[in-house]
Design a protein around this ligand. Structure first.
Ligand code: 4AD
Ligand code: MG
Length: 467
């Protein structure tokens, strides 16, 4: 038998050299048979589209054909022909089929239209469905877009540690890393666990952000970005929180608030434009099956200028709305953190475009944000998006040593863990700033999916670490 090179489905569907022999390999989506002819829809993950295999059942072993069921893996060889059917330009007139793996009849992805919760319980197999294939391909393209954007703009990709001894956000939501025997923990006379004999000789955790080390990079290399896993032990069971997510954190020397906001807007628009250009088939599929407003929303974000709004003005708008009868689940007044419903009100109902909010009360933001002259607000900048709420959190950093120390002391953050960070302010301090984009929140927005658990292959959430 002739040994043909495999052609990926994405490539075979582009070919027009009808009459050529081709080989495809993949997983069977559907197999319809009639007396005269069988049709097999085959997908190999390279595209949302299937290639249609046309099979003359009289030329094949009936036992073999019986095993070619949804989910089975096959290799098929035949002639590429122009398709008579609708919805595809070419198909393969099969001459030979090899069965790599039949598929047991209890294959969990057999039925269409299963709930997303059901899919999560079968996350090891859901990747083979149309929806998750589309989401994962888009996820890939977004990662490439991010690297491309920063590379084009002269940022260096900077690797920050995942294991750390400092709490970058000062929020105490860290997973501990230890090799200690948890069944036999030695404590000192005050009842505190002794870490001096632990692997790192001190208490360590998984990072909640690479920012502090990123600042070390930016104040040496000028501008850097990180892109890596981030861990938060916050007990938030929401459609927008993961315990393990990926974050992108650019950090830039000599940047001021207005330019930082420009960077946030330019970057995010670049990513969305990239998706519209490179992920057309998958986006059209999601627009049809998941969210009919998706493409409009993506095009809107690329087109619209993001609103610049201070926290104080935002609160005023929300208070006006409450006076006018708008009901919110949570109360809101100056000094309080906005809930997602407040953010979405501003973005989806009031302005109907993305909002960059700035100048938050210092009490609700992290210790490193630059204090404004009013002594009350800090130069934080969050980007608020339709459907998502906060997609980016960033700030200009406090570069003044004394002011930074005052903030650290006010929050009772242990100074001894911060000495290396403070050194940036002692040795040639410079104005600088940056932001963090939650990768999965970007993917949520770009795909129109409703739950963050459905845009990462294997989600980690409270009480759930399967697969
Ligand atoms: O606002 P956050 O906490 O900011 C920081 O971590 C800063 N160090 C960033 C910086 O200035 N370099 O987180 C940044 C973004 C959020 O806007 C959100 O998109 C995402 O990270 N994020 C999460 N995404 C998924 N699950 C979670 N639990 C998340 N927590 C934050
Ligand atoms: Mg934030």
């Amino acid at each position: 038998m002739d040994k043909l090179q495999r052609t990926k489905v994405v490539d075979v569907l582009r070919r027009t050299d009808f009459g050529a022999d081709v080989n495809v390999k993949g997983w069977v989506r559907t197999h319809r048979s009639s007396k005269a002819v069988d049709f097999i829809a085959l997908n190999d993950g390279s595209t949302i589209k299937n290639v249609q295999l046309v099979v003359d059942p009289t030329h094949f072993d009936a036992e073999l054909l019986k095993q070619i069921t949804t989910g089975a893996c096959i290799s098929a060889t035949g002639v590429l022909v122009e398709s008579q059917g609708q919805g595809q330009s070419s198909e393969i007139q099969c001459r030979d089929i090899t069965l790599y793996g039949g598929c047991a009849t209890d294959y969990p992805m057999q039925k269409k239209g299963q709930s997303f919760e059901y899919m999560r319980q079968h996350a090891h197999l859901r990747l083979r469905t149309n929806t998750f294939g589309a989401v994962m391909r888009i996820r890939h393209h977004m990662a490439i877009a991010i690297h491309q954007y920063f590379h084009e703009h002269g940022f260096f990709y900077f690797h920050t540690p995942l294991i750390t001894a400092s709490d970058a956000e000062g929020a105490g939501e860290m997973f501990q890393v230890t090799t200690k025997n948890l069944y036999d923990l030695e404590k000192d006379e005050n009842g505190k666990i002794i870490y001096s004999d632990d692997f790192f000789g001190k208490m360590t955790s998984l990072t909640v952000s690479g920012q502090l080390e990123g600042e070390l990079g930016a104040t040496a290399l000028g501008q850097i970005y990180t892109f890596g896993p981030t861990f938060r032990a916050e007990n938030s069971n929401t459609p927008r929180h993961l315990a393990e997510f990926w974050m992108i954190e650019p950090e830039v020397a000599f940047i001021e608030l207005a330019d930082l906001m420009h960077l946030e807007e330019d970057f995010i628009k670049y990513c969305v434009r990239w998706a519209l250009e490179k992920c057309r088939d998958d986006l059209e599929f999601l627009n049809k099956m998941i969210d009919p407003t998706l493409l409009d929303r993506l095009e809107g974000v690329v087109r619209e200028d993001f609103v610049r709004l201070t926290y104080t003005d935002g609160i005023r708008i929300l208070e006006e709305a409450v006076k006018g009868g708008r009901k919110f689940e949570f109360p809101i007044s100056w000094g309080m953190d906005l809930a997602s419903e407040h953010e979405r009100f501003l973005v989806e109902e009031h302005f109907k475009k993305p909002v960059i909010m700035t100048d938050y009360p210092k009490g609700i933001k992290a210790f490193y944000m630059k204090l404004n002259d009013d002594g009350k607000t800090v130069q934080g900048t969050d980007v608020l998006f339709p459907q998502i709420g906060e997609i980016i959190g960033g700030s200009v950093r406090e570069e003044n040593y004394d002011k930074l120390v005052a903030q650290i002391e006010e929050r009772q953050i242990p100074m001894k863990d911060m000495w290396w960070y403070l050194d940036t302010r002692r040795y040639g301090t410079c104005p600088h700033g940056g932001f963090g984009l939650g990768f999965e929140r970007l993917i949520l927005f770009v795909t129109g999916m409703q739950n963050i658990r459905d845009v990462i292959p294997f989600p980690r959430t409270p009480k759930s670490a399967e697969f």
